[in-house]
Ligand binder design. Sequence first.
Ligand code: RTP
Ligand code: MG
Length: 140
Amino acid sequence: MERTLVMIKPDGVQRNLIGKVISIFEEKGLRVVALKKVKLSKEQAKQFYVVHKERPFFESLTDYMSSGPVVAMVLEGEQAIKRVREIMGATDPKEAQEGTIRKLFAIDKEKNTVHGSDSPESAAKEIPFFFSEYELLSAE
Ligand code: RTP
Ligand code: MG
């Protein structure tokens, strides 16, 4: 069993897609072990995406990620990290496969509706960013 951090980004929350996005993950067998709605400050957004601090899109990304509430969750399942990335689809919705969340819902390469940890190392940092150990409750 593996755990990964997923966020529904401000464009998804704003367009009332929380339930639809979570349903897609649940239908694929992933289980919600923690869930909360939060509004990130600009500083928190910069901290969360610090690996991208030298990238040209960093300012715009962190403005966007602090522009409205997000829904953070921890999902659990076999190979959860890789499977969530597949279910989300490519960063740019123009390149995302049919049926992926980003193909279905993303507005553009930045406002792309979902985030998912890209490796076990990222998940190990991103889960404690939002949740303490006592908030993580496996379903079974
Ligand atoms: P994420 O980290 O949010 O799950 O997305 P990702 O792995 O697919 O993409 P990543 O390269 O880590 O980029 C993080 C987020 O930054 C925004 N972005 N904008 N304008 C651009 O060229 C650009 N490139 C990336 C997106 O919101 C992307 O998800
Ligand atoms: Mg990433």
